[in-house]
Ligand binder design. Structure first.
Ligand code: URA
Length: 287
């Protein structure tokens, strides 16, 4: 490809990128500031363009995966580092960490054709989760909806498409991250998960986290946030604040709004965008 064609392609990519921002509700991309103009001013010059538009370099973590046992890992948590509401589950003293040997495939096999709660009788497919098994960034949502139930893949419906745009807006690709839910089966009519369903299913996402050991988990909405942080604090209060993941020392949790909520309340997209920028800055080591 010649230099001119390459530049055209970069401008096109930048344009699409800026359109994501507009989709996310960012208002400074106005009529007088077209995506093309912003792309050009962001690029600066032909020489700078590749650097400005380069995707984030994926960093695989070569260290062994060290953590406490997946189902009772509360013991590694330092009590003072989580909100008071969560301390109920925490032991006073840290213990020797263990090496995790199970893979995502092992966890999927253990899940099997799950009948641990009543949702098996109404679901079409189990939605285990998907993405990079070495992801530094993980997203955890609530439960599959109709599209996810039909396809067996997480976040593929309208909310999922918005989530994909949110990921791309922070210059990552969907394949770079890992996406899972607190429930692996769809609650009928997308009703809220019931406590027995959550307690039967949430150990599987804890195990996925333990195996992937991301640097950061972005929880989407109340059920995921409350389930992972073992807290009753609501999303409006806790969103945009870095929390310690109670089960494994060194993993941060950043709660934000669920994309389905953002579709219903577009005025909240700006706050979600602020949260995503924090996630990006954290992963880049800037904060
Ligand atoms: N909402 C979720 O919480 N998860 C999905 O996978 C899809 C929609």
């Amino acid at each position: 490809m010649d230099a001119r064609a390459e530049l055209q392609e970069l401008i096109q990519q930048a344009r699409e990128h800026l359109l994501y921002f507009r989709d996310l509700g960012l208002t400074n991309i106005g009529e007088e500031t077209t995506p093309e103009r912003m792309a050009l001013s962001a690029i600066g010059s032909e020489e700078q363009a590749p650097a400005v538009l380069a995707p984030m370099v994926e960093q695989n973590n070569p260290e062994p995966k060290i953590l406490t046992p997946p189902i009772q890992p509360e013991i590694i948590m330092k009590k003072e580092s989580v909100p008071a509401a969560t301390s109920l589950f925490l032991a006073d003293d840290a213990v020797e960490p263990l090496i995790v040997t199970e893979t995502l495939e092992d966890i999927r096999r253990d899940l099997g054709d799950c009948k641990r709660c009543k949702l098996w009788s109404t679901r079409t497919n189990i939605v285990f989760g998907e993405g990079n098994p070495n992801a530094e960034l993980m997203f955890v949502g609530e439960a599959p909806g109709a599209d996810e139930d039909a396809s067996g893949r997480p976040f593929v419906g309208r909310a999922g498409q918005l989530l994909t745009k949110m990921i791309e807006a922070i210059e990552m690709k969907r394949e770079d991250v890992y996406i899972a839910n607190t429930l692996k089966s769809r609650p009928p009519g997308n009703r809220n998960p019931e406590p027995d369903e959550t307690s039967a299913c949430i150990p599987f996402v804890y195990r996925q986290i333990a195996t992937i050991r991301p640097k950061l988990i972005v929880t989407l909405g109340n059920p995921a946030t409350q389930g992972l942080l073992e807290t009753k604090v609501g999303i409006t209060r806790i969103r945009g604040t870095f929390q310690e993941y109670p089960r494994i020392a060194g993993i941060k949790v950043l709660p934000t709004y669920h994309p389905a909520y953002l579709l219903r309340s577009p005025d909240k997209k700006r706050e979600a965008w602020e949260d995503l920028k924090k996630a990006r800055a954290f992963l880049r080591g800037e904060i």
